[in-house]
Design a binder for this molecule. Structure first.
Ligand code: PLP
Length: 478
């Protein structure tokens, strides 16, 4: 698409929206301005292409399409069939998977689809078969009660939250924590790395139905071949949630033992993080689980979002191009340059570095909590998020860590030299911020002191750094 066409498309869209609710048009324009100005280091965010964004804003959104391609509960789904089939085809080809289900609205939804598919596959539950034979709305309270009793307490073994695991891997704040009796494996306290012998030991003791690998805040590779061997040794289904690193799998940075697709029974992902697509989810599996996975809607998903599936098809087509492999490699080069820049300046990093797209800084070395560090960085134009570190003394709210990632800045075109400058800016802010006390003199985990002139100066320097790498250069709104 020519740059002119991009400007015309977005300008026209905003003009139409402004005619109805100008405040929405303003907010959309303001969001682009904010994104252009901030040094975005949130590991789970990215910038989708103009084609991906535009594929979402259209009349495909108007269709109901419960069911699967060619087998819908609604008439007139031929165009939805086309985009869903394309999204699934691109996903299968990109990841080398036998089956792809493109309907999940998000990563959490993709995991729910996978969990129900595994339960249906593994647990003898006639009530579940009966439930699947009917529409979910037709089930009575008694049906659900029988279903819960038959499913019983199934077990899930996943990575602990403070080691970088995700809430949906059997933790209480998510429904998976109510569906499964969960136990977690942590990381080696000395190295911060997954200790496969300990995982195997936990699996032998706990005998889970599902072994989950995948993470939100673990800065290293996971050996999925070894994890599959562990799962097989106890008869568990092996599931990988590659939400964070799907872009590195797509770009062939993670291959062999580190590519989850050939090793896992089922793989879930988001499409909007390192994969750089629209907000959404995806499930990949072999033929054995395909039928169960395809029952995701209406079992646990609302009606599919055809406009988002169209955008998934566009983004996945982009990820199949050769330049995506180059992008994925640069994500990791940049994360490693950022890690090295921080280490050289004295920062302490969980596991001492990274081999993926993210870096976890232990900010207690700067005398700060994650919350204080996050705010001080934000004051200085650097957007990050606080995150627990293994055995975090400050808990999940204040935390002791800052998680940073490079997918977004790499999309923007920043390279390893700019990562060193970013490390310098971050270190300047963190080393010049101090923890402040509460009015009664007790230590606060939230209050901090940072000279506003310094925050402004760093903010300006961040702006100068970004000026060389315009975001959505083809889009001029005004
Ligand atoms: N799985 C992992 C590993 C994640 O990191 C996340 C999001 O942070 C999710 C699942 C949930 O994704 P979503 O927010 O799209 O539901």
């Amino acid at each position: 698409m020519s740059r002119n066409a991009e400007s015309t498309a977005f300008r026209s869209a905003l003009e139409v929206i402004r005619g109805v609710e100008p405040r929405v048009a303003d907010a959309i324009g303001a969001e682009l301005a904010d994104q252009r100005e901030s040094l975005k280091l949130i590991a789970s965010e990215n910038y989708a292409s103009p084609a991906t964004l535009l594929a979402m804003g259209n009349w495909l959104s108007d269709k109901y399409a419960e069911g699967t391609v060619g087998r819908r509960f609604y008439a007139g789904c031929q165009n939805v069939d086309t985009v869903e089939a394309l999204a699934a085809e691109h996903a299968r080809e990109l990841f080398g998977a036998a089956h792809a289900y493109a309907q999940p609205h998000s990563g959490i939804d993709a995991n729910l689809v996978a969990f129900w598919a595994i339960l249906a596959d593994r647990v003898e539950a006639p009530a579940l078969r009966r439930a699947q034979a009917r529409h979910v709305n037709d089930l009575t309270e008694a049906d659900w009660f029988t279903l819960r009793r038959e499913l019983g307490d199934q077990r899930m073994l996943g990575m602990s939250l403070d080691a970088g695991g995700h809430l949906t891997h059997g933790f209480r704040p998510n429904i998976s924590g109510k569906m499964f009796d969960q136990r977690s494996y942590g990381t080696d306290p000395a190295t911060g790395l997954v200790d496969y012998d300990r995982v195997a030991e936990a699996a032998r003791e706990f005998r889970p139905l599902v072994l989950v690998a995948g993470y939100s805040a673990y800065p290293r590779k996971v050996n999925f071949r070894i994890m599959r061997e562990i799962a097989d040794s106890v008869g568990a289904t092996f599931m990988v949630d590659m939400a964070h690193f799907a872009g590195l799998v797509a770009g062939r940075v993670f291959t062999g033992d580190f590519d989850p697709v050939p090793h896992a029974h089922i793989v879930t992902t988001t499409t909007h993080k390192s994969l750089r697509g629209p907000r959404g989810g995806l499930v990949l599996c072999g033929p054995e689980l395909a039928d169960q996975v395809d029952r995701g809607c209406p079992m646990v998903l609302g009606g599919p979002l055809p406009h988002v599936m169209a955008a998934k098809a566009v983004a996945l087509a982009e990820a199949r191009r050769p330049d995506f492999a180059d992008y994925a490699r640069r994500i990791v080069d940049n994360a490693q340059a950022l890690a090295e820049g921080l280490l050289r300046r004295g920062a302490s990093l969980v596991t001492g570095g990274t081999d993926n797209h993210l870096v976890l800084i232990d900010v207690t070395g700067y005398g700060l909590t994650g919350r204080q560090a996050e705010q001080a960085l934000l004051d200085s134009g650097i957007v990050t998020n606080r995150n627990a570190v293994p055995q975090d003394p400050n808990g999940a709210w204040y935390t002791s860590g800052i998680r940073i990632g490079t997918p977004a800045l790499t999309t923007r075109g920043l390279g390893t030299a700019e990562m060193d400058t970013t490390a310098e800016l971050m270190h300047t802010v963190l080393s010049q911020t101090s923890a402040a006390a509460n009015p009664d003199g007790t230590a606060s985990k939230a209050k901090y002191a940072l000279d506003p002139a310094l925050a402004d100066k760093v903010g300006r320097q961040a702006g100068e750094l970004l000026a060389g790498f315009p975001l959505y250069p083809g889009v001029q709104l005004g």
